[in-house]
Design a protein around this ligand. Structure first.
Ligand SMILES: [Cu+2]
Length: 98
């Protein structure tokens, strides 16, 4: 019985740490240079991305979900989070900067 309780606690903890890791991704300022919904890519002139050790530059990113591109267009100032997904640095969240 105690073992079962322990396992349930472990699963809950593992879930919490995954949520924490995602919440902890830094938000990075960027300007949109191009959006390609068909290719699921976005070109960003971005600031430092500390979680993936990337300095400021302009580059093409893959996006995790094409829907992320629905509310951004070329010229927009945005804040985004990137992470390594299947070995590729990928935009996992993006929002207009205010
Ligand atoms: Cu870059």
């Amino acid at each position: 019985m105690n073992l079962i309780k322990l396992c349930i606690a472990c699963v809950a903890l593992a879930g919490a740490s995954v949520a924490l890791a995602q919440a902890a991704l830094p938000k990075v300022d960027a300007e949109v240079r191009n959006v390609d919904s068909a290719a699921k890519t976005i070109t960003l002139a971005h600031g430092d991305i500390p979680n993936v050790d990337m300095p400021a530059m302009t580059m093409v990113f893959r996006v995790k979900d094409a829907a992320l591109l629905d509310h951004v267009k070329t010229g927009d100032k945005v804040r985004f989070s990137a992470d390594k997904v299947d070995g590729l640095i990928t935009v996992v969240a993006i929002e207009p900067a205010n």
